[in-house]
Structures are given as C-alpha cells and as structure tokens.
Design a binder for this molecule. Sequence first.
Ligand code: PLP
Length: 633
Amino acid sequence: MDVWSDGFFYVNEKGHVAVKPVSEGELSVDVTDVIAEALAEGSTLPLLIRFQDIISSRVRRLNHKFRDAIAEASYDGEYRSIYPIKVNQLHEVVAEVLEAGKEFNLGLECGSRAELIAALPLVGDVHLLLCNGVKDRTMLNLMLNAQVLGQQVLPVIEKYSEFEQLMSLADQRDMAPRMGVRVKLSTRGSGRWFESGGSGSKFGLTVPELMHMVHELERRGIADKLELLHFHLGSQIADIQVLRAAVREITQMYADLCLRGLQIRFLDVGGGLGVDYGGDGDNPESSINYGLREYANIVVFAVKEICEERGVQTPVLLSESGRALTAHHSMLVVPVLGVHRPDSPPMSQMPVDPHAVVKRMRQVSDAIKNIRNIGMLFEVFHDAQEIREESEQLARLGYLPLDHLAQTDSLYWTICREVLRLLQIEDLNPPPNEQLELERQLTDLYLCDFSVFQSIPDHWAIKQVFPVMPLDRLDEEPTRRAQLVDLTCDSDGKISEYVSSNANRSWLPLHNFKQGEPYYLGIFLVGAYQEILGDAHNLIGRVGEVHVYASADEPGNFWIEEVIKGISIKEMLSQVQYFPNDLDRRMSELIRQKIASGAVKPAEGMRILNNYVKRLDDFTYCDADSSPGQVSP
Ligand SMILES: *Cc1c(COP(=O)(O)O)cnc(C)c1O
C-alpha cells in the first residue's frame, strides 16, 4: 500500500482505509464514512468515489517537481503540464485539473473531433490547447477560427498531408497558421505501449518529411510559425533511460532547427509518465523504475545540457502527462455479494448401502485424523486423489449413482482442506507442489457487484493490475484466499492477478464473509482511461459516483459536492434499441392474454405487470439485499 498509494491512502486506527487527499496537509477522510454519507444521499453500490483534491495534489506535485528541477539546473525557462483529456474527459475532472493548474499555466491536449469541441471553450485565450491525432478539414478550420480569436490553439502536425491541408485552408483565409509538429524518433519506447514511438509508429513525421515541411515554411517566409516540437513514446514508460535517450534525440533536432533560424518555443516530451500500480519494481508491465522527481530532473537536465553544448536558447518544456495526473483520484467501492467455498461442500446423507469407493474415501477421511508425519500426509492425499478419479470413471460408465458420487466428491474436498491445513502448519520451504496446487483449487470465489469490463477494462484487455483491498476490518487477520469474480456471464469477468506481497499473486487474502454484514472492497487507481474504455458487457453499465472534497470544517473532514446516478436499465436498454413504451406494451399484451385465458387472476396479472414496469428504473447492478448470498454453504 505504501508504494502504490503514493501517500494518499493508508489504514487508520479503526482498521479502515482512509485517504489524505491534500498532499501538503494531514486532513484525513475515512472511506467508510464517505460510503455511509453517499448511501444516505441516495447513491447506490457499486460506487465510484472521486477525491477531487487528489487531482489537484497530483497537478501541484508534478509542477513542483519540475520547478525544483528547473531551479536546481538553473534552467532558463519554464515548464507547463498539458493534460490530454482522452485519459479522463469527465468535465469535473478536466475542470479540477485546469483549476489546480492555473498557477502553473497548465494547458490541454485533445485528439479527436469531439474532444476538440469539448476543449475549445475550456482554455480561454491564455492556456495552450494542442491537438494531436488525425485532423480533418473541419477540425483544422475550428483551430484556425480559434487562432483568429487569439486562442493559443496549435494543431500538432502528424502527417505531411495534414500540413498541406492546413496551409491550403490558411491560404484561403490569407493567414499564417501557428503549428507544432510530432516527429518520429529513432528511440523506441519501452513497456506495453512502445509502438506509439519509434520509426514504425503510426504517428509523426519522419525526418525527411520534417525537413520538407521546414523548407516549405521557409519558402513562404513563415518559419516562425512552427512553434512546437513533440514526440510521444507511448503510455506508462517503464524504463526512464529510454525517456532520457528520446529527450536527447529531440533536443538535438530542436538545436539544429534553432541554428537554422527557426524560433521553436515549446519542446513537448509527450505523455507516458508512469504510475506504479503494482509496486513491484521488476515487473515492467505494472510498475515503473522512477518517480516524479527523477522524471522531471531527466527532462530538465538533458534539455539544458544539449542547449548549452549547442549554444541555443532553452525552450519552454511541456509534458502531456495524463495517467500520472488522474489515476490516483478515483476508487471503486464494490460490495461482496456471496462466496463460493470449494473447501466446504455440502455433506449429504450417506447412502444406505454405500459403494466400495465411497467406503474407501470414508476410510481415508478417517485416517487423516491419525496422521503422524508428513510422509503419511502425502500418502493419504494421493489415495484420495486416486479414489476420486476412480469414482468419476465409474460414474461416467454408469456404475456409480449420483448420490454416491456426491458423497465421494464432498469427502474428497474435505480431505483436501485438511491436507492443506496440515501442510500450512508444516510450513515447508519451498512449499511442495501439492500445497501450491491445493491452494489454487481451494481458493474461494468472492462474487462481487461489479463488471470488470465496465470498471477495469484494462485488467481484462491487457492484464493491467489494479490494487484491491478490503475497506474495513483491517485490524483483523484475513483468513481466506480469494479470487474476485464479477456479475458478467463471462469467464474472463474476474480479477486474475493481485497487487500483493505474496509470492503467488493469483489470490488475495480476504476476511471471512458473513452474510448480512456488508463487506466492501476498494479497487484503486482507476482514474485514468478505465471509465471511458469501459463497456457494457451483459448490459451492465455505468456505475454511480460521488465527488468528494476534503474540508476541515465538515464532520469527517469531507463533503460530497455531487452525486451522479448510475445508468438505469431503461437508459441502458435504449442504447440497444429497446424502448420502455414498447416493452411495457408487449408485456401487458402478454399478461392480458394470460388473464383472458384464465391462467392468472386479473389482480395477480396486474401485480406482475407493475413489478416488471418498475424494474425499468432500476440500475443495472444487483442489490446487496436481494443478492444470491452465500453461493455455497
Ligand atoms: C495518450 C497520449 C498522452 C497521454 O499519455 P499518458 O501515458 O496518459 O501520460 C499524451 N500524449 C499523446 C500524444 C497521447 O496520445
């Protein structure tokens, strides 16, 4: 927790997860209090909690690290963050980033038509707005309009044809457009998104294209309109040395262009500043080998050194860090609905005349009580395995009735549970294969009220890990091994890897779930990319959310600024072209026919109809109180 929480989350004296959302302050908010307040204000579970202060804390932290580095390096210039809104476009999130970034001159980046249209009114005429990605004539026109208004909007040219199109539109208006350019570097990214950079990348001009563009601008006498040089290595840069190499490469290009007489003001090192989801330094898939300070130092010092060597003016530094600004601010609260415990199968009554295999299994299960050494333990376990195989084979051939098979199966799992318990007491190092296998097979399935596809799609799509932990009872030892499964009818709808200090990350230590007692898990660091990438598998849709601000003047040190309801069944269904009126009409027709035929009484029929119609306003998640409960006793 110390590693991934970045100082924002900790366990308080009550054994609850608490948050210190204001990084410079000690103000602490108990997450359990936030949930209670949210429910009292009409929120439903699962619930996304946004700690708005964490957004501003991250914005300040990043900018302060750059200010420190700039001071330390005596860098003659400033740094500005550019927030790429694709990471989290929610208006309140962008507004919070902008508000916190005001004093740092923070700007925005957009990458599509809709994002451009969302961002244009937000930036006023002081803050930079960069537009990457594919830009058609409509978008280029919008950007030229913005430049006419005096807004600091720069199209970042990624394809030569975009440059040609921009020039022809500007010619029609008789204006000289401001612009930036993204270049393909020879330095390749590292980590999962390395394909965003390098010469094979889908984005950016090659060096010959860049020079062609520069010649054309010079020919037109408007070379000063090329104001920004940009590269982007890809998200979640795993290895900081790769960033250093890329910064050096682009700074050399910058220096060359300056020496040619161009007046490039901005050097934009793109996004990719990583977040330490896994907290295990050696796994580049989920972790990073640097912090904000080192990132800022590397950028500032590398640019300064080369500018000095080449005798050119230092540029304004930009980074398009998105994930690093928003990942921490939101967490998902997920109730546990029920538990399947493979180690506690229901024991039915012994058949009157048990089959020989049943008797043998019974003997093994009795024998386990008299185990005196580890050798005997393995012997008993292997016997049980053999008898189980035999009984399954007999059943397949029709020689073992179902109630006898049920008996051997239940006895087998009870034996397994006992063997595992004894092996764990032995605590052999390294643990024998039998133990690892039993731990895997005897892991509980905790059914949770959420959808992996909606709320943490990157876990499903690219095996991104997210920290998960109980939100209370953290002063109580967790005694169960659990795997979390979601509501979808999809075997991929589960969390298959956990952030944990266990050698085996396929399960999470959890407390025993008691039916009727709420048990909430938190899934953390979900503020970047997950919301908009999330999909509606099984028509399980957007969750409800609350926006929380910390305040020393409020009970519990917080207040809820906004409650947003989750998507209703009615809204969800209309996205796939089912409409309430039509559903209502069809259902009443069906019920009227049943009434007419005498299959149900009119009052009963109407009750059934009303109940159906009311459900259209429900949310797409389960109610904890009508949940399946203890899936197996
Ligand atoms: C996606 C993207 C970013 C954001 O990257 P993070 O890893 O979230 O910091 C920045 N710049 C460009 C061009 C992008 O496409």
